[in-house]
Write a protein that binds this ligand. Structure first.
Ligand SMILES: Cc1cc2nc3c(=O)[nH]c(=O)nc-3n(C[C@H](O)[C@H](O)[C@H](O)COP(=O)(O)OP(=O)(O)OC[C@H]3O[C@@H](n4cnc5c(N)ncnc54)[C@H](O)[C@@H]3O)c2cc1C
Length: 532
């Protein structure tokens, strides 16, 4: 597998002095490492997997390459946008983006199709063309999306502050945002719209934040809608581009990136984090430890249990829930995307417009249709693809599932989960391929050359996610009320970064990295990078 960094070898160990140790190499870990390196800090980045990159890692088999958790990114289309500036800064100006065409999402609700265009006006017009009697609430909705997203700035900024500072400003910075984040998506949309089909179209990509409208915070819905309002882009070179560009920045400041480097424990002495204990038993000391492993791992498993209990962190963890699980397919085709008739727009497919009934049916019974399926065509989106992989194409598919359908194999070892597990994977493969060929030209079936199935257990094995959660913690109203979800933790010297600090998504994890680096160096890096 292609990766930056070097493998950890317990026989060699880790030598040298570091300003910070980072546990995990997702966008949250890499971006904080890059920013600290740009502040002349020497960091040690430790990744338990055999590849650096977390969910943005690329994954190769049989001459094909897929990216695990990065299929489209919004807010990077203009050099003036916050997203573009943040990615540009952490990658040292080397990242290039390929725009997706104006139609970047196709919402398939039963047999009805809606082609979602970039731009608020075009999106509004599309919705009004399908739902002419809802024109006024559609305008109200689009205005709300902008307003709610704008109100989030203070909420995120306070996450970089110290405990003492935050007490003084928390209410002023969060009250407006909380007036929206406290509400459920379905409640606000049901007040606005009388048409269930319209709500289904607007929420068809709820998988992007992994929480259905009856449970998700309306603020999360709006932030996601705003993120993709002007369409989407794909990084040239796929997800690997991020680590390829950030690793040299980290190394130039004396930093070290190690994969196959499992951290077993955060070492705490007299209430302060003083380093980490590797799975091998080796202890690496450092006064700053940053965790990109997610709050459940950090406070629930990596901190010694007595420390978590003494600080009440174990109780705080009960206030957040992990996101849902997914199954997936990575497919390789032995013809080019052009020959197969693939186009870049993602497909979000739902069996009916009753999103809740779809979900409940599948939760209860595995053989009920997947409540949503997501189909994406990476080889059509990567400008570098055809020169690297001529006459080949790839598709990635994900579908929501419930962990209970996989619980019987929990604790089994990768590649040794048994014949009944392989049979379950075969069923997933057939069902998802069936779904795929509802949406792409049928002749593509003859070009299928390689198919690999992932299940919630893949996320447990490769990303240390409990119960297969595919993003971080759920974006429910309760999540946004957790004042303790800030970069600085109650353990002196221990910080968190990534999606659990900010929000789901690659850019959410990156914002987490910026907030964490700001907290450590005591500067407003967000303001500095954005030039505001
Ligand atoms: C299938 C899928 C599709 C997605 N599609 C998109 C998309 O199209 N656009 C988008 O913006 N977002 C997408 N996302 C979401 C996005 O990928 C994530 O929100 C984001 O990448 C998370 O970044 P992170 O740095 O917070 O965490 P991660 O990327 O999960 O990184 C955490 C890292 O910590 C490591 N780790 C954990 N425990 C330890 C330990 N004890 N020792 C050492 N290392 C440890 C893990 O192995 C992992 O590499 C998708 C996610 C998935 C799963």
């Amino acid at each position: 597998m292609e990766t930056v960094g070097k493998p950890y070898r317990k026989t060699v160990g880790i030598s040298g002095e570091f300003d910070a140790i980072i546990i995990g190499s997702g966008m949250g870990g890499l971006s904080v490492a890059s920013m600290l390196a740009q502040e002349n800090q020497r960091v040690l980045l430790l990744e338990q997997n055999t590849v650096i990159g977390g969910m943005t890692q690329a994954y190769s088999r049989n001459g094909y390459r897929w990216t695990v958790g990065m299929h489209y990114i919004g807010d990077v289309g203009s050099t003036q946008s916050a997203g573009w500036k943040l990615f540009d800064y952490v990658t040292g100006g080397g990242l290039q983006w390929t725009p997706m065409p104006s139609i970047f999402n196709r919402m398939a609700i039963g047999d009805c199709h809606y082609e979602i265009p970039a731009g608020a006006e075009a999106y509004g017009n599309l919705l009004k063309a399908h739902f002419p009697n809802q024109a006024e609430p559609i305008d109200t909705y689009l205005a709300l999306v902008g307003k709610v997203s704008k109100s989030s700035a203070g909420y995120f900024a306070q996450k970089a502050l110290s405990d003492a500072a935050v007490e003084r400003v928390y209410d002023a910075m969060c009250t407006s945002f909380h007036s929206y984040s406290d509400r459920l998506t379905i409640d606000v949309l049901s007040e606005l719209f009388s048409d269930q089909e319209l709500i289904a179209v607007i929420c068809a990509n709820w998988g992007d934040y992994s929480l259905e409208p009856t449970k998700s915070s309306f603020a999360m819905h709006c932030m996601l809608a705003k993120h993709y309002m002007n369409g989407a882009h794909y990084p040239v070179g796929g997800g690997m581009a991020f680590s390829r560009l950030m690793a040299p920045i980290i190394e130039a400041a004396g930093g070290v990136l190690l994969h196959s480097a499992d951290v077993a424990e955060i070492v705490v002495e007299e209430g302060a984090a003083v380093g980490v204990r590797m799975g091998s038993g080796e202890v690496v000391r450092c006064p700053v430890v940053i965790s990109n492993a997610g709050v459940q791992n950090t406070f629930g498993r990596l901190l010694p249990a007595p420390v978590s209990a003494e600080l009440g962190l174990d109780t705080l963890l009960e206030t957040v829930t992990d996101t849902y699980a997914v199954v997936g397919l990575n497919i390789g085709f032995n013809q080019s995307a052009e020959a197969l008739g693939f186009t870049p727009a993602n497909v979000w497919s739902h069996p009916t417009n009753d999103l809740q009934a779809n979900l409940d049916a599948h939760k209860a019974y595995f053989n009920a249709p997947f409540p949503w399926s997501f189909i994406t065509f990476p080889s059509t989106k990567d400008a570098a693809w055809d020169s690297e992989f001529p006459n080949k194409a790839t598709v990635e598919m994900y579908a929501y599932t419930h962990y209970s359908h996989f619980e019987q194999w929990a604790g089994t070892r990768w590649m040794k989960r048994g014949d009944d597990y392989l049979a379950r994977k075969e069923v997933i493969r057939e069902r998802l391929l069936e779904e795929l060929f509802r949406h792409v030209p049928p002749h593509a079936r003859d070009a299928v050359d390689y198919v690999e199935v992932s299940t919630p257990l893949s996320y447990e094995t490769f990303a240390k996610r409990e119960r297969g959660g595919f993003m971080g913690i759920e974006s429910s109203p309760a999540r946004f009320q957790q004042k303790w979800l800030r970069a600085q933790t109650p353990v002196k010297g221990l910080y968190i970064t990534g999606q659990d600090l900010a929000t789901d998504g690659v850019i959410g994890a990156l914002v987490g990295g910026v907030l964490c680096a700001s907290a450590i160096v005591g500067k407003d890096l967000m303001g500095q990078i954005r030039g505001v």
